[in-house]
Design a protein around this ligand. Structure first.
Ligand SMILES: Cc1ncc(COP(=O)(O)O)c(C=O)c1O
Length: 343
């Protein structure tokens, strides 16, 4: 099955407006440099524009989807905005499952071009497997794109290599500038921006260190890399505190293959845990301990143009910059602040 010339033209037009985002260079202490890859400038607001351009084209090429077939995604927000935005450009009717309670700002954006199904707020993203188990057998005319994982193989899910290769574009664009990347500092979300750009970066530039960051509240990758250490260090299990506010970053519950496989191939050199005032308060109330106070905090004025995960990435870079000299630190500007209801 091949895509018709008319459809190829549509894809070509999208390829011209997605990607090739700017790389801002900002001075950090100790002669270090922050390189901010502005994926937030993509037309539908994040790195997920690259992912959905890749996924729609891949599935259409296989003959699995066409604009007559309904398409479905699950999202905590950011992926949904790119899915419905690109889907609409390609003539698709997009359907989106999202937990209740996600910021109105992003839900409103998705609702313009997509039909929304709310899952339970208290389940957050862990409500998706149950939703899909109920929804898909009753709606066989839907195709679930599932950007965060591939096919099930035995009891585990495989990588979604289409998602990962689409995100390799980030590495290719950065390396085209011929700037040497000493540290790549991705968020731990579902693992895609660690494994996609990270794997290629380590292949092409093996001395690059990958230092991922995630909320102290969830600590999914931290716990997989150092089993038992979190409990020993902080006196509670990961996931004990109330839900964190770093939307799109890791959350205890679903086992995402892109995180697990990044850990398995030892791609991640270190994980930085990030806190905020809300986490400090909850952790102190529970344990009477102040360990989180000394962690990088995303809830400051720095980078206020950007969404929370980007601001957390900038803080993680500042933390690394305290200990090294003359290095280039790459952070993805995932999205902008206007997609959140508050700070
Ligand atoms: C705002 C935001 N930042 C960072 C991430 C992490 O991206 P990924 O899970 O694709 O690696 C996400 C993922 O949804 C996100 O929504």
């Amino acid at each position: 099955m091949t895509i018709s010339n008319n459809r190829l033209l549509l894809y070509k037009n999208l390829e011209q407006i997605i990607g090739n985002t700017k790389l801002n260079s900002i001075k950090l202490p100790n002669n270090n440099r922050l390189l901010l890859k502005r994926e937030c400038d993509n037309p539908f607001g994040s790195h997920y524009d690259k992912v959905y351009l890749g996924l729609f084209k891949y599935y259409e090429n296989l003959g699995l989807i066409n604009p007559e077939r309904k398409v479905l995604e699950t999202t905590s927000g950011t992926a949904g905005a790119s899915f419905v935005g690109i889907g609409k450009e390609l003539g698709y009717k997009c359907h989106v499952a999202i937990p209740k309670g996600v910021d109105r700002a992003i839900i409103d954006l998705i609702a313009i071009n997509g039909e929304i199904y709310f899952t339970l707020e208290e389940d957050y993203i862990n409500g998706f497997p149950r939703f899909l188990k109920d929804f898909l057998p009753r709606n066989k005319d839907f195709m679930f794109l599932n950007h965060s994982m591939g096919e099930k193989c035995g009891s585990a899910y495989t990588n979604n290599e289409t998602t990962l290769s689409s995100l390799e574009g980030i590495t290719k664009e950065v390396l085209e500038t011929e700037i040497k990347i000493d540290f790549y500092i991705p968020a731990v979300g579902n693992g895609s921006t660690i494994l996609g750009p990270g794997r290629l970066l380590k292949n092409l530039s093996p001395e690059t260190k990958i230092i991922a960051f995630e909320s102290f509240q969830s600590a999914v990758a931290y716990d997989q890399i150092n089993p038992g250490k979190y409990k020993e260090e902080f006196g509670i299990n990961p996931g004990t505190l109330p839900k964190h506010k770093l939307r799109g970053t890791s959350y205890q519950g679903i086992e995402f293959p892109h995180i697990k496989n990044s850990v398995n191939i030892k791609l991640i050199d270190e994980v930085i845990l990030v806190s905020d005032k809300y986490i400090d308060k909850n952790y102190f109330e529970l344990t009477k301990r102040k360990d989180t106070k000394s962690m990088p905090h995303w809830d400051t004025e720095i980078g206020s143009e950007f969404g929370r995960s980007t601001r957390a990435g900038i803080q993680a870079a500042l933390e690394i910059a305290k200990k090294v000299d003359g290095k280039n630190l790459l952070v993805i500007a995932y999205d902008k602040a206007d997609r959140y209801n508050d700070y």
